[in-house]
Ligand binder design. Structure first.
Ligand code: N7H
Length: 480
């Protein structure tokens, strides 16, 4: 197999590895004066844009200090920049080459919201939809204060060349909840390994995995200009993703979704269901996600949490679903089984629908007195890919499809309808959802349980699709 060499200094830093962040400001802007914007971006932004090589070095420094149980002593700041279809048209002209059809349509197009069962744009945050969005600046750092200061400096530098349509800071959760999203689950555990970047922990025995269980994917799935997955083979090199313009090279599409989480409502729902059925509430929650809050996967810890397993990167991803054909350990509809079915389906096919996630929570911690949501909180969901339709949208459509992951039988050989992804699945028109086998079914083996979920605990309140160009395209094509 030919080695792939990625041009890390030309690829923006959030795409493949993720900018290091305790806080991240998302500044959505409209271009007001293109000529001045080009000059100012060249002068103040491009030289400061963080590339993947820098992120990789920071990663190394952080790991080194963690091993020595020391603080790094250095505060890492990051800056990335992307454009919507409207932004590219402003910069290049109306006759510019057309990119990915989903990107050209946009996240707010009625066809997109309908296909993904998203709430219509009229229900999104009014400020987000108050004006056109041409681009996004991602500004990351160790705390909200320094991120705000850097954001303000940048906005002053860009002056009247842009106007800010909407901005919001995401922050990691405090204390022991760091790394956990607002429902309480450890996040950021499973990412695709990338050929040419991810180190193989056991090349002799697991040549196609990074960490144990982390399947390697060809980089063209996430960055243009490199081989992608082979359509019929899980490990063979596939074709380069089609590029309608040479400046797509080293660029990627970013999907942004502001997902509000109804935390007290989810906790109450889970507690009520557990009480009614006489089961442990943590188990009910874990069966909705496919992992315990500690990160331990149900496939390896089906009845009881195992926090040490959740924390251990050499074990917490080392499982498949194929040896659990009756969903005794993990329901077919559980979030992680829906969005990445591993060997439940043909592996060559499954590996063509992967994304790199780079989300961060937003909003305050839940107050003890909050029994229904009083303050907006949730996840600034971000993912990267080279086909929005085949990667992010495919995953969301299948989370919304009660039959996806089917073809399975129960012991009496009756067919199973898995149900909606209980975390992100959306029924048309915000309808009710159901999942199969929310409680483990060990004794009877064919005793059927279903869980009716009358409300949505994750609600989309804003979304947009961006192209994150290479540093060289930012310096040339897009600013001259
Ligand atoms: Fe999900 N959650 O807390 O329940 N997600 N997710 N996600 N998600 C994952 O493996 C969550 C969302 C994926 O490789 C974990 O890192 C929440 C969207 C994928 O095994 C947890 C929200 C989409 C994976 C959550 C949310 C995805 C994944 C386990 C929204 C794409 C990797 C931790 C508020 C359309 C699966 C981990 C794998 C994992 C949660 C959104 C996709 C705990 C709360 C919109 C591909």
């Amino acid at each position: 197999m030919k080695p792939v060499t990625l041009d890390l200094s030309d690829i923006q830093g959030d795409i493949l590895i993720g900018l290091q962040k305790n806080a991240e400001n998302f500044i959505f802007f409209k271009l007001v004066d293109i000529a001045i914007f080009r000059t100012l971006v060249k002068r103040y932004v491009i030289a400061r844009a963080t590339n993947s090589r820098q992120v990789k070095q920071w990663e190394f420094v952080i790991r080194h200090h963690k091993r020595l149980r020391q603080q790094t002593g250095e505060a890492f700041h990051g800056l990335n920049l992307g454009f919507t279809k409207d932004g590219l048209t402003q910069l290049i002209g109306a006759d510019r080459p057309r990119l990915d059809p989903s990107f050209e349509k946009g996240a707010d197009h009625p066809d997109t919201t309908e296909a993904l069962h998203d709430p219509p744009k009229a229900c999104w945050l009014p400020k987000f939809t108050s004006d056109r969005i041409d681009g996004v600046l991602l500004i990351t750092g160790p705390d909200p204060t320094s991120v705000t200061r850097r954001s303000n400096e940048l906005l002053i530098a860009l002056g009247n060349s842009i106007s800010v349509t909407y901005s919001e800071i995401g922050t990691t959760r405090p204390g022991a909840q760091r790394g956990h999203e607002h429902f309480g689950f450890l996040d950021g555990i499973s990412q695709p390994g990338i050929r040419g970047l991810t180190r193989r922990s056991d090349p002799a025995h697991r040549p196609n995995q990074g960490l144990p269980g982390q399947d390697l994917v060809w980089p063209g799935e996430f960055v243009f200009g490199y081989p992608g997955q082979h359509p019929d083979h899980p490990t063979k090199e596939g074709p380069l993703p089609e590029m309608t313009a040479p400046w797509l090279h080293n660029g990627s599409y970013m999907v942004f979704r502001r997902l509000e989480q109804r935390v007290p409502e989810l906790h109450k729902f889970v507690a009520d269901q557990a009480r009614q059925r006489g089961v442990d509430r943590e188990l009910v929650a874990a069966r909705m996600v496919g992992r315990w809050k500690s990160g331990a996967p149900l496939e390896l810890a089906p009845v009881r949490d195992y926090p040490a397993l959740g924390r251990d990167e050499n074990r917490n991803n080392d499982f498949e679903f194929g040896d659990d054909p009756l969903q005794r350990k993990c329901p077919y509809a559980a979030h992680i089984r829906k969005v990445y079915p591993r060997d439940d389906l043909a592996e060559a096919e499954v590996r063509r629908h992967r994304i790199i996630r780079a989300a961060i929570p937003f909003g305050p911690e839940m107050e003890p007195s909050e029994t229904t949501t009083k303050h907006q909180r949730g996840l600034m969901f971000v993912c990267y890919q080279t086909s929005i339709e085949r990667q992010f949208e495919y995953i969301q459509r299948h989370a919304n499809d009660p039959a996806f992951g089917g073809g399975k039988r129960r012991p009496g050989s009756r067919a199973v309808m898995p149900g909606f992804d209980p975390i992100i699945g959306q029924a048309p028109g915000n309808g009710a959802r159901e999942i199969d086998e929310p409680y483990p079914n060990y004794r009877g083996g064919n005793r059927r349980t279903t869980l009716a979920i009358p409300q949505q605990f994750v609600v989309l309140t804003a979304a947009a699709y961006f192209f994150m160009p290479s540093i060289s395209a930012l310096r040339t094509m897009l600013t001259t």
